[in-house]
Design a protein around this ligand. Structure first.
Ligand code: 2P0
Length: 325
């Protein structure tokens, strides 16, 4: 009744932006990500007879409130769906995801939680099934079950039975790097949950976003297959810009960008003009992630650090899927 799992976070190159079902976490569009090796969560789940409710400790601190409720709701869902136990669990997580780096720890967090919980209950399920269960905790987390390049299929069923991630290419097949550019000022007023909902409900640009996805996906998968970095990078950057454009068309309009966000974007474009193959992507926050190849690591890091408002640059390689410790 006890297991430990480790899961890495991921960065979306084709973004998940909008739900068609809020409670089942069913997305409007397919998305595609790269799992990253430096940011991860390890979680131990122990089901115990003596517990009257679930307990959640994050980095040795007892967690209550909204964060606790999301974990407890996820465990309730697993108990209900699998009928494997009625016992409560102690969940102990350690996050190696610096919040300041602008990565949602919910992706690695829910992937590690789902993996440790199902292993503690001795359920023999496929990774695909595990990804589907993980989705109920947080959408982007379902992609963190797998390493390398990963696609989340939105599915078509109303019950979400065909909405899960699949691996497109393992991490060891292509060494693409990502620099997380940490900005000094990183406040974020609108959560991604709220931001994507407002956009779906009100943005005049949202239909255009959805229409653009199938072509982006087809082309980026060709690019990954052909190890064509220019293709993968330019599609990622364009897709990110289109996602952020939808927020400007929402009512009321909003943006996740800060002045330093724009400076990093312009810095990346300036590096390209100097012949360096480098591209950016941005999630629902101000920080920028920069894609490059190993041979450019030194120059990319150096140039990013010179941009005013850049506090730190954390580099990562492509990472593995869920492992059990
Ligand atoms: C992504 N983001 O594909 C997109 C791009 C942010 C921008 O997935 O409501 O924390 O738990 O399903 O997964 C962030 O949203 O949202 C996200 P829920 P999640 O990575």
């Amino acid at each position: 009744m006890k297991a430990t799992a480790k899961a890495h976070t991921n960065i979306a190159l084709i973004k998940y932006w909008g739900k068609r079902d809020e409670s089942l976490i069913l997305p409007m569009n397919n998305s595609l990500s790269l799992t990253l090796d430096v940011f991860y969560t390890t979680t131990t789940v122990t089901f115990r007879e003596e517990l009257f409710q679930d307990e959640f400790l994050l980095n040795e601190q007892v967690i209550r409130g909204e964060q606790y409720n999301r974990v407890a709701a996820f465990l309730d869902f697993i108990r209900r769906e699998t009928q494997a136990t009625s016992l409560h669990a102690e969940v102990r997580s350690t996050n190696h995801v610096p919040t300041a780096a602008g990565f949602a720890s919910s992706a690695s967090g829910f992937a590690a939680l789902a993996a440790a919980t199902t292993r503690a209950l001795d359920l023999s399920i496929s990774d695909q099934e595990l990804s589907r269960l993980t989705r109920l905790g947080s959408g982007s987390a379902c992609r963190s079950i797998f390493g390398g390049f990963v696609e989340w299929h939105k599915g078509t069923e109303k019950d979400g039975s065909d909405s899960y991630a699949v691996q497109v290419q393992p991490a060891e097949d292509w060494d693409v790097r990502v620099a997380a550019v940490v900005l000094s000022e990183t406040t974020k007023k609108i959560s991604s949950r709220e931001g994507m909902k407002r956009t779906v409900d009100t943005s005049v640009f949202y239909p255009g976003w959805l229409k653009s996805i199938p072509r982006d996906l087809e082309q980026i998968k060709d690019g990954i297959n052909q190890r064509d970095f220019e293709k993968v990078g330019s599609i990622s950057e364009a897709n990110c810009l289109r996602m952020h454009a939808t927020t400007l068309g929402a009512n009321p309009p909003f943006t996740y960008w800060h002045d330093a966000t724009l400076r990093v974007m312009q810095g990346v474009q300036a590096m390209r003009e100097r012949g360096i193959s480098v591209f950016f992507t941005i999630d629902a926050g101000p920080n920028v992630k920069v894609l490059y190849l190993p041979e450019d690591e030194t120059i990319v890091q150096e140039m990013l650090r010179q941009i005013p408002g850049v506090h730190d640059v954390i580099v990562s390689r492509s990472g593995q899927g869920v492992t059990y410790l």
